[in-house]
Write a protein that binds this ligand. Sequence first.
Ligand SMILES: NC(=O)c1ccc[n+]([C@@H]2O[C@H](COP(=O)([O-])OP(=O)(O)OC[C@H]3O[C@@H](n4cnc5c(N)ncnc54)[C@H](OP(=O)(O)O)[C@@H]3O)[C@@H](O)[C@H]2O)c1
Length: 357
Amino acid sequence: MAAIDSFEFLLKEILQVFSTGRDAFAILGAVYTASKAISISRCILTALNDHFLSRLRRQSDLKTKFGRWAVVTGSSEGIGKAYAQELASHGVNIILISRGERRLFKTAKEIEEQFHVETCCIAADFSKGMEIYAKVMKAIGDKEVGILVNNVGVMYDYPQLFLDVPAERLWQLIHINVAAATMMTHGLLPQMVQRKRGAVVMVSSGACSQITPQMTIYAATKSFLDYFARSLHYEYKSKGVLVQSLMPFYVATRMTQYSETLSCTNFFIPTASGYARSAVSTLGVSSRTSGFFPHTIMSWIANLVPEGMWMWGSSRLNEALRAQALHRLKQQSAGRLAQSASDQALDIIDSGTSTPS
Ligand SMILES: NC(=O)c1ccc[n+]([C@@H]2O[C@H](COP(=O)([O-])OP(=O)(O)OC[C@H]3O[C@@H](n4cnc5c(N)ncnc54)[C@H](OP(=O)(O)O)[C@@H]3O)[C@@H](O)[C@H]2O)c1
C-alpha cells in the first residue's frame, strides 16, 4: 500500500512539473510569436511608408531641404545617370563625375536641355587613388552641395571564385567601391554639417543582404558601404545630415549586361530610370532601403532564408550566370573572328583588283 501511495505521489509531482513546464513553454511561444508578428508588421509598415505613403505626401523641395547642387559619382550612365536625371527633375543642379569625357558631356547636355538646371562635369578615374580627390574638390569649388550620391561602383566581368578574379581588378574594386565613397564624403560632409542640412546616399547592394559567394569582394565592398552609411547616419543626423544606405538588387544596366537573363527587364529587374525614380522618392524618408518595392520583397526573402541555404542558392545562380556570360563572350569572339576573316578576304580581293594587270 505504501509503495502505491508513494508512486501516486511521485506521478502527481511529475505531472505538476510538466504542467508548469507546459505553461512556461506556452508563455515562451506566445512571446516569440508576438515578437515575430511585431517585426513582420514593422517591415510591412516601413515598406508601405517608404514606397507608397511617402509618394502620396507632398515631397518637400529637395533643393530647399538639402541644397542647390548634387554630386553624383559614376553618372555618365546606368543608375548614376538616371539618379542624376531624377534629381534634376526636382530642380537640383548636378555635378557629374565619371571617366569618359565624351559620355559625361553628352549626359550633362541632355540633363540641361531636359530639366533646365545647371550642370558641371568632372572627368576623373576613381581607380587612380588618393591624388584625384584634390582635383575633384577643386573643380567642385564653393558650390553649395546638398546631396552627395556615392554611386560609382564596379563588379567583376561576371560572377567568379575569388582566385579567378585578376588581382588588378580586385584592387580597382577596393579603390572605386570603397575609397571613392569614403574620400568624397570626407571632402563634402564638412560643408553640409556647417549648413546643418544635407544628404549622403551610399549605393550599396542587395548582394550584401546575405553572404553571396562568387561575388565575394564585390559584396564585401558593398557591406562596407552599408555599415559606413548606417554608422554615419547615427553620427550626423543630429547635425542635420541624413545618410542613406541604398541597397538595390538587379537593375538592367551595363553592369548586368554579361547575362542575358539580367539584361531583360521585368517586375524584379527594373530599368535604371524606373529604379532611380523610386529610389529618389525614398530620399529623406528612409535611412536604409532597397529603394524599389519589388527589391524590398527580395530583401525579405533574403533575410528569411537560412545562411547556408542562401549561399548554396546564390552559388548555383552565379554559376548559371557565369555560364551565360562565357557563352556570350564566346559568341562575341566568334563574331569578331568571322568579321576579321571577312575583312581580310575583302582586303585580298581589293588588293587583287587594285593590282594593275
Ligand atoms: N546594376 C545592378 O544590378 C546593381 C545592383 C546593385 C548595386 N548596384 C550598384 O549601383 C552602382 C551603379 O551601377 P550601374 O549598374 O549603374 O553601373 P554601370 O552601368 O556600369 O555604370 C557605372 C558608372 O560608373 C562610371 N565609372 C566606372 N568606373 C569608373 C571609374 N574608375 N572612375 C569614375 N567613374 C567610373 C561609369 O562611367 P565611365 O565608364 O565613363 O567612367 C558609369 O557612369 C554601383 O555602385 C553598383 O555596384 C548596381
